[in-house]
Design a protein around this ligand. Structure first.
Ligand SMILES: [Zn+2]
Length: 267
């Protein structure tokens, strides 16, 4: 839990930091899915991002230079899922380590004969229970459609809030574990079957790896391609909407409707 002192300190530190509007705009232009947030929520997200940075330590690895742009980008993306949950959901660790592009984590495991195998795992990110979040950083605009490394890893952090990564974050009182399971379990089973059949799924097939990965990938989709998630797995979208307290598909649909029609004389 956050102590009152820690909360006060992060608010004080955030109070002292000023970011010019042009700098926010430049960062947010690289994160177009922020437009699915109601405009009146944008100042709250910016303020939470500053408090997030006051509370976390960000380190670059393998030559990554920590710039203000990188810090603000990671903070905005990390705060988006908890905008209506609260920053205390990220209370139990402070470190974020940023790597360039894909990075490699050395792994080892013992097989049934006790033989230890070592290999290198290429990953985009990793979240350690009680420890740091490791993230890849790609210069410029997020190069993936519907894939968001920051939201993915921070969704794992939310999942870990009540123990192991199992696709069940700490649920608010208005969401029961059985309601959650009734939405997620059939969707996970269906998605795994589709991936097993070799279907070219619109949602990232990595979601079929594990219920915890399913939750993290569905969270990415919820914020980056909400309409797609809502059409593929409406019950999952609805539960995530209640969990995050946001409805990005509604804003996405509104912005699609607001595309100006060509005047008839030009048709
Ligand atoms: Zn993952």
């Amino acid at each position: 839990m956050f102590s009152a002192f820690r909360r006060w300190r992060r608010q004080r530190t955030a109070d002292r930091r000023t970011v010019p509007p042009e700098q926010w705009d430049a960062v947010e232009r690289t994160l177009p899915f922020l437009d699915f947030l109601p405009p009146e929520d944008r100042p709250r997200l910016r303020r939470m991002a500053l408090e997030f940075l006051a509370d976390k330590e960000v380190h670059g690895a393998e030559g990554v230079v920590i710039t203000d742009h990188l810090l603000l980008s990671i903070a905005l993306q990390a705060c988006l899922p908890v905008l209506n949950i609260g920053l205390d959901a990220y209370a139990d660790w402070v470190g974020i380590i940023v790597y360039p592009g894909d990075f490699v984590i050395p792994r080892h495991f013992a097989d049934e004969n006790g033989v230890v195998h070592e290999y290198e795992d290429e990953v985009l990110g990793e979240a350690w229970e009680g420890g740091p979040v490791l993230l890849s950083w790609f210069e410029g605009e997020n190069p993936f459609d519907g894939i968001n490394v920051v939201i993915h890893e921070f969704a794992h952090k939310l999942d870990m809030g009540n123990g192991e990564v199992d696709g069940y974050p700490c649920l608010p009182a208005h969401l029961s574990a059985s309601d959650w399971a009734r939405a997620f379990q059939p969707a996970f089973d269906d998605f795994c079957a589709r991936v097993d059949r070799g279907e070219d799924t619109a949602l990232d097939p990595y979601a079929a790896e594990h219920p915890g990965e399913f939750f993290a990938v569905m969270s990415e989709a919820f914020f980056e391609t909400p309409g797609l998630l809502k059409s593929e797995y409406p019950a999952v979208y609805q539960k995530l909407s209640r969990y995050f307290g946001q409805d990005p598909a509604e804003r996405e649909a509104q912005s699609a409707r607001s595309v100006p029609l060509l005047p008839s004389s030009t048709l």
